[in-house]
Each structure stands twice: as structure tokens, then as C-alpha cells.
Design a protein around this ligand. Structure first.
Ligand SMILES: [Mg+2]
Length: 162
């Protein structure tokens, strides 16, 4: 069952030791309209003006709650990764945004590949974890990841970031 939330702190309550927490970027962690992201990312990469950069960098949704999620992840020896439909062409801007907020974790760039399929074929060994937590704002991504439950023994809990 998928749980609707806009609180990363609430998601943190579902972490068990050795969980894998997979978080979407645009419109989940980043308060960003995806349709503008590519153009904005280009500007972020190109600008040398710190003031302009400040206006371009997206806000982070529920940054305080994300802090709690980070702490619980550490205490429970769990792992955070980001799984985004961004492509590698947006890698530099993505790194800049994450670095500014000091929330750097590995980023998987799925592009147009369905997120569930991408996860199954990635370098991440899903079955070494006790639980998988997946957070995304889009139903098609939540459904895609739930579909791989039949193929892996680890329980998957999905959260729709609203
Ligand atoms: Mg999204």
C-alpha cells in the first residue's frame, strides 16, 4: 500500500535497520517544476554570479524533515540514494544543487527508463537490504517500482510525495 505524505520525518518512522531509501528529485526533494528543470540546470551550470545562482537553485521540500531522515538513516545503518528521471546531461547541475544543501548521496539517472526496471538492472544489490523505501511524486513511478516486488524478496514500501 502506498502512503501519501509531504513529510520526510514521517517516512523516517518507517526505516528499519539496513533499509535502502530511494528518493526522487524533481517535485519530491526539489521544489522544482520539471518542465523548467532542464533550462534552469543549464543556467546553474553556466553562471559565475553567486547572486544569480541563489535565485536559480531550487528550494528543498521539507528540509527539516529530511534532516531527521538523514539522522535515522545513519543510526539504522541504512542507505539513501536518489533515483531521478533526469539524464546524465544534468549531472553537473544536480551535483551543484545537492552540494549547496549538503545532501549529497549517490544519484541514479534513469532518464526515460521506467524506475522499477532501472533499479532491477542497476549496480545496487537490492536483496542485501532488509527493506526498500521508495519516495516519488508520480503514480507511474510508484507503480513501476511496486511491480518489481514479485522479483525480489525484500519488502518495498512506497510513499507518494504530495
Ligand atoms: Mg518527480
Amino acid at each position: 500500500m502506498c502512503i501519501n505524505t509531504k513529510s520526510f520525518a514521517k517516512i523516517a518512522d518507517h526505516i528499519v535497520p539496513n533499509s535502502l531509501i530511494i528518493i526522487d528529485l524533481d517535485n519530491t526533494l526539489f521544489n522544482y517544476e520539471s518542465r523548467c528543470a532542464i533550462q534552469t540546470d543549464k543556467l546553474i551550470e553556466q553562471t559565475t554570479d553567486p547572486e544569480l545562482l541563489n535565485t536559480l537553485i531550487p528550494q528543498i521540500n521539507n528540509l527539516e524533515g529530511f534532516g531527521k531522515l538523514q539522522l535515522v538513516t545513519k543510526w539504522s545503518e541504512s542507505k539513501i540514494i536518489y533515483l531521478t528521471a533526469r539524464t546524465r546531461s544534468q549531472q553537473i547541475a544536480t551535483r551543484i544543487i545537492l552540494s549547496i544543501y549538503k545532501i549529497v548521496y549517490p544519484v541514479l539517472y534513469a532518464g526515460s527508463i521506467p524506475k522499477g526496471e532501472y533499479l532491477l538492472n542497476s549496480y545496487i544489490k537490492l536483496d542485501k537490504f532488509n527493506k526498500i523505501i521508495f519516495v516519488d511524486d508520480l503514480d507511474k513511478n510508484l507503480e513501476s517500482v511496486l511491480q518489481i516486488q514479485a522479483k525480489i524478496p525484500v519488502p518495498i514500501q512506497t510513499f507518494k510525495f504530495t
